[in-house]
Design a protein around this ligand. Structure first.
Ligand code: FAD
Length: 407
């Protein structure tokens, strides 16, 4: 039995290791288009960008691991097509690999704005080691970084660039940063914190063109830059699957449609990580997630399905972000909420926003508040009702907020 994994990132690298850890004795071939063995991306906008991490820290496993585990790792090679009938994948170097089971783990790519200059080679998007190296080389005291997009990657890069002494201007089209992914109190907190650190955050501004040495706004103003970072969301790298006739999301940011075991519409093909449109049983929805916990959960789902091991209970989606000394941790999804509650004082730098449906927590956004995050995640997972008054009182421990589930 041969498992071919295309995409040697967080999900692909983890799937190969989990297969071996699940006593899979067949052939494993892991192919990726980047030069490095599988590595973690979160430090690229944080410790790596600040020069505080080396390659050993980034790598998911030591380089020698793959040969030791009898995993064939092919780097610097891009898959160009899949033939589901022949169970074969062809590659950019003219080679091909057959498979019994194929795992697609091709991740996502930064969205490109439909404006003049969007294809300029001097623009940076922060997705790979090479991107982070390019950005780091252009940052330093007195250098001016303009970031287009106030999402996680943009804000984390802003914090790291300030640590390197660069001037930072962050341009966000919507009326608040992180609007698509967090609640209003979180946006307000991070805006205030970044401004205090010297980042010039401008919301409600539309970039209309990328130019030599700067960007042009739709009102005609020009913002000068030594370097421009674009972080305006990502699209699933699902073209291989689409061309091969697998079910994919025709709308939004795309995504290969998978079930709760990461299986695609072709029973011999799994898809895992950023590239998937997946069911989230805890919330009864289907969506694309871009996070390390998601990549790991789906890698495990696919590995278990391939070796015939029982699946473990699905996880509540969760995510983290580090900016300055602030640790943000989010669990659950807020869509079903009918109200929100803030526990603690944002001015103290430590608080949590709870999203509730009746007396049940459906999402927690914890700012430097690990107990709130951990207890909140568990309460979401178990669907345990809570005493809302106690939850609102930071003097009451998180252990004491749970009500016994109704009989
Ligand atoms: P990736 O890790 O992107 O790997 C996909 C790989 O497939 C890539 O190497 C790609 O080049 C390769 N590939 C694509 N097409 C082909 C092809 N045709 N042939 C061969 N190879 C191909 N998540 C968190 O939870 N917390 C964080 O703090 C956080 N910070 C982040 C910071 C940055 C700067 C970035 C970019 C991401 C961050 N993430 C974070 C998200 C997280 O890193 C991703 O969700 C995770 O890497 C997804 O894993 P993946 O394997 O699906 O995709």
């Amino acid at each position: 039995m041969k498992v071919l994994i295309v995409g040697a990132g967080h999900a692909g690298g983890s799937a190969a290791a989990l297969l071996r850890a699940s006593a899979f004795e067949g052939e494993i071939v892991l192919v990726g288009d980047e030069p490095a063995p599988p590595y973690q991306r979160p430090p690229l906008s944080k410790a790596w960008l600040k020069g505080e991490a080396d390659l050993d820290f980034l790598l998911l496993r030591p380089e020698t691991y793959y040969a030791e585990q009898n995993i064939t790792l092919r780097t610097g090679v891009r898959a160009s097509s899949i033939s589901p009938e022949a169970r074969t994948v062809t590659f950019s170097d003219g080679t091909a690999e057959t498979y019994d089971v194929l795992v697609l783990a091709t991740g996502s790519t930064g969205r490109r704005l439909p404006i003049p200059g969007a294809d300029r080679p001097d623009l940076i998007e922060l997705r790979t080691i090479a991107d982070a190296e390019r950005l780091k080389a252009r940052l330093g005291p007195g250098r001016r970084l303009v970031i287009v997009g106030g999402g996680y990657v943009g804000l984390e890069a802003a914090a790291s660039a300030r640590a390197l002494g660069a001037e930072v201007v962050l341009l966000e089209r919507l009326d608040r940063v992180l609007k698509r992914v967090t609640s209003e109190p979180l946006s307000a907190f991070f805006t205030e914190r970044h401004r205090r650190e010297g980042v010039d955050i401008r919301t409600g501004v539309d970039v209309s063109a990328f130019e030599d040495g700067g960007v042009r706004l739709s009102d005609g103003e020009r913002v000068e830059a030594d370097v421009v970072l674009v972080g305006v969301g990502a699209l699933a790298n699902d073209e291989l699957a689409r061309t091969a006739g697998l079910d994919c999301d025709p709308a939004g940011s795309g995504g290969i449609v998978v079930d709760e075991t990461a299986r695609t519409s072709d029973p011999a093909i799994y898809a895992i990580g950023d590239v998937t449109l997946r069911p989230i049983p805890a919330h009864g929805v289907t969506m694309r997630l871009e996070s390390v916990p998601n990549a790991l959960e789906q890698a495990r789902q696919a590995a278990h399905a391939i070796v015939g091991r029982p699946q473990v209970a699905p996880e509540v989606p969760w995510f983290w972000s580090d900016q300055y000394d602030v640790k943000l941790q989010i669990a659950g999804l807020p869509a079903e909420a009918d109200r929100t509650l803030v526990r603690g004082d944002p001015a103290s730098g430590r608080f949590a926003v709870f999203h509730l449906n009746g007396d049940r927590i459906v999402c927690v956004e914890a700012v430097s508040a690990p107990p709130e995050f951990m207890a909140g995640k568990q309460l979401i997972q178990r669907r345990t009702p809570v005493d809302v008054d106690k939850l609102a009182d930071p003097a009451v421990s998180m252990k004491a907020v749970a009500l016994e589930p109704a009989a």
